[in-house]
Design a binder for this molecule. Sequence first.
Ligand code: NAD
Length: 349
Amino acid sequence: MRVLITGGCGFIGSAVCRLAIAEIGATILNVDAMTYAANAANVAPVASDPRYRFLQADVADADAMRTAFAAFKPDFVMHLAAESHVDRSITGSAAFIRTNVVGAHVMLEAARGYWEGLDARAKERFRFLHVSTDEVYGSLGADGYFTEASPYDPRSPYSASKAAADHLASAWRETYGFPAIISNCSNNYGPYHFPEKLIPLVILNALEGKPLPVYGDGRNVRDWLFVEDHARALFAVLQNGRAGEKYLIGGRSEKTNLDVVHTICDALDALRPAATRRRDLITFVADRPGHDHRYAIDCAKTERELGWRPRESFETGLQKTVQWYLDNESWWRPIRERVYGGERLGLQA
Ligand SMILES: NC(=O)c1ccc[n+]([C@@H]2O[C@H](COP(=O)([O-])OP(=O)(O)OC[C@H]3O[C@@H](n4cnc5c(N)ncnc54)[C@H](O)[C@@H]3O)[C@@H](O)[C@H]2O)c1
């Protein structure tokens, strides 16, 4: 099984690379442009394996992608490379359009050109999994769930760029018969998570005794999934998903942001006691512009068709995550000091 993975030095992509080498037995080519969000350390556990290859390249570079397909000859593609932070998309949408929309188009075209040249058997087996987000469906009220049939209603520059790419993947299926599959997943958390996102940011600020910023009233709800469970789901979709289908992936773990922050505070107080209770560091700050109220996923189709279930509950996954940050200061310290120190992003001038 030869898998071309894009964005494999990021948070989810690196979990996919580690799983591919350690458990799935795949041979992989990791294509990553190494933006601020990438980290070679994320794939260090598998980088010396003979089944692991790396190419530093931009997914929006058509020549580089055509060459990568011709040289590596994948059976499957998992396209994860993206600009992924909603707050950054509010103040700088151009990079999101370029990587998430133009990059997805370039990947689809490079993959289609390669796929059309395959023999009948390889062509039949080939899949292109476009990894997307539940944010394309917009915001829910107190009730209800997103399903594969939910209408698109993206509200941030980030989710709009991901929605555009989803539509391209669907259109490539309809127009060219190209075997694209789309997965839409809820919020991930876990080890190697870049500390601009809520959970790692709060863990590190709490460890350093800094204020813990909570947007608005903290009542926004997200459905959390442990990143390694997402990586397993992606391989289930790749290997057993039907071409042209969509699969929703979620953790059935709805929490308000405030619940999440409280759980982190309590876990740290137990594991690394400090003079002040971590909950006392919570600071309510101006809300994110256009902050979606609630996301929740009905992943019954993925569970039924693919037999996938998350292994971690939110409580066990979060415990593992907090412990990982405690054990891996050598991973996060250079990021906090040199790449992103935790300052507020995404407020309009
Ligand atoms: N994080 C989540 O909770 C979540 C949930 C659902 C879906 N997703 C999707 O999963 C994918 C991965 O998300 P993540 O959280 O791991 O993101 P991330 O920001 O941690 O990593 C993105 C990776 O893509 C690479 N990249 C960015 N632009 C590139 C380009 N032009 N060419 C090649 N590589 C490029 C970066 O260098 C980085 O390694 C994204 O497509 C995202 O939309 C994320």
